[in-house]
Design a protein around this ligand. Structure first.
Ligand code: SF4
Length: 103
């Protein structure tokens, strides 16, 4: 709801109206009249122009190498416990390897 957005953003309806008008002119926002809590207001929606598909390529290779992701003790591992990341040889070896790769 437009009125809720003003409240969340901490702006008055005059400034909010200008902002919405600008976004509508750019085709980024749609406004539909409605009644909310007995008062006329508007629903603001992203226009289809803002929903263009985005291709993001993320490599998980660095993450997969972290030993904790495949460790059978991860649910019991914690600082001060029997399985402790501070003393873990697998994690230590991994971190040393990462450090050596950076050098
Ligand atoms: S720190 Fe060691 S024991 Fe703990 S989850 Fe990672 S690999 Fe497993």
């Amino acid at each position: 709801m437009q009125s809720e957005l003003w409240r969340i953003l901490g702006i008055d309806s005059r400034d909010g109206g200008k902002l919405v008008a600008r976004l509508m002119r750019r085709g980024l926002l749609l406004r539909e009249a409605t009644t909310y809590k007995g008062r006329k207001t508007y629903i603001l929606r992203y226009s289809d122009n803002t929903r263009a598909p985005i291709n993001i390529s993320v490599s998980l290779n660095p993450v997969i190498e972290v030993p904790c992701f495949t460790c059978r003790h991860i649910s019991r591992c914690g600082i001060g416990g029997y399985y402790d990341p501070i003393r873990c040889p697998l994690l230590t070896r991994y971190l040393l390897l990462m450090n050596a790769r950076r050098a």
